[in-house]
Design a protein around this ligand. Structure first.
Ligand code: T3D
Length: 262
């Protein structure tokens, strides 16, 4: 079923997924997180080759909708363990296992779990208007939605700790300098430039992208010898794809490759 809170459009091999509750800066409620997970499934079912994730209005996402869990405090408090496992984790695991790259187009502020969501994506493009705020410590919480894994890997343990302790917003330029985002683009034509980037990803060697993501995730928790074992298996997998064979043949014929994602 179509959701109003997360929009889905398929164009040129790209699933354009837009968080759409701009009146609360695209803060997450349960319905929205279900809808987001469904959009990932839909991109896979339709055989698309890249997801471009962005927010409507002036924000990417302000994280958990704090008014949506307000009633729970009167009843002993929200069950964060259940909320995280049942609502957030399927989305995050969905992104890390999706058989296509996921690009976050961070159009504005990304806070709390909204920032976590961006960090879980394969690539982060930032508008000049983007800001990143961990936010958790401002409300007495700890980093969740995968941020304890992603943030120190992107910016290093010291900076991650600083960003989590102070929760001060980091602007797009500073985010680029510390490796939190991959590219900063002008705000004026950010949607068009982000889409153009996503179409390039969609025309790439999809399987190699996905195997690379898995290898990097696994390598983050392995010793060197184990990584060498993993890479041998992973390269055998990539080497068995049609895209690899075609690209080598194209190279030898001095022609540009046309990847099919197979
Ligand atoms: O549930 C669980 O399992 C726990 C999971 C937790 C994960 C988390 O994400 S915890 C962190 C939750 N997020 C936050 O604490 C961030 C709260 N928001 C802010 O700090 C600021 O809004 C921002 C820094 C993101 C942006 O500031 P600014 O000045 O640009 O905008 P604003 O004026 O604060 O917000 C605009 C509106 O959005 C405002 O509503 P209004 O006054 O126009 O009616 C504001 O209340 C609303 N809004 C912003 N963030 C949230 C929100 N409403 C509900 N929940 C929000 N998170």
């Amino acid at each position: 079923m179509e959701s109003e809170s997360v929009l889905f459009e398929a164009r040129e091999g790209v699933a354009i997924v837009t968080l759409n509750r701009p009146e609360v800066l695209n803060a997450f409620n349960a319905e929205m997180l279900h809808a987001l997970r469904d959009c990932l499934h839909r991109a896979e079912r339709q055989g698309l080759r890249c997801v471009l994730l962005s927010g409507a209005g002036r924000a990417f996402s302000a994280g958990q909708d704090l008014s949506a869990i307000q009633d729970d405090y009167a009843k002993g408090g929200p069950d964060f363990n259940v909320i995280l496992r049942e609502l957030y984790h399927p989305v995050l695991r969905g992104i890390r296992t999706l058989p296509m790259p996921v690009v976050a187009a961070v159009n504005g502020v990304a806070a709390g779990a909204g920032m976590s969501l961006a960090l879980a994506c394969d690539i982060r493009l930032a508008s000049e208007n983007a800001r990143f705020a961990t936010a958790f410590s401002k409300i007495g919480l700890i980093p969740d939605a995968g941020m304890a894994y992603t943030l120190p890997r992107l910016v290093g343990a010291g900076r991650a700790n600083w960003m989590l302790a102070t929760a001060e917003p980091v602007d797009a330029g500073a985010a680029l300098a510390m490796g939190l985002v991959d590219q900063v683009m002008p705000a004026a034509d950010f949607p068009a430039q982000a889409f153009a980037f996503a179409t390039k990803m969609a025309a790439g060697p999809t399987k190699a992208f996905v195997i690379t993501r898995r290898l990097l995730d696994d390598a983050a928790t392995c010793d060197f010898g184990h990584v060498l074992d993993l890479e041998a298996g992973a390269q055998a997998e990539a080497g068995a794809t049609q895209d690899h064979r075609m690209a080598v043949a194209s190279f030898l014929e001095k022609k540009p490759p046309t990847f099919q994602g197979r």
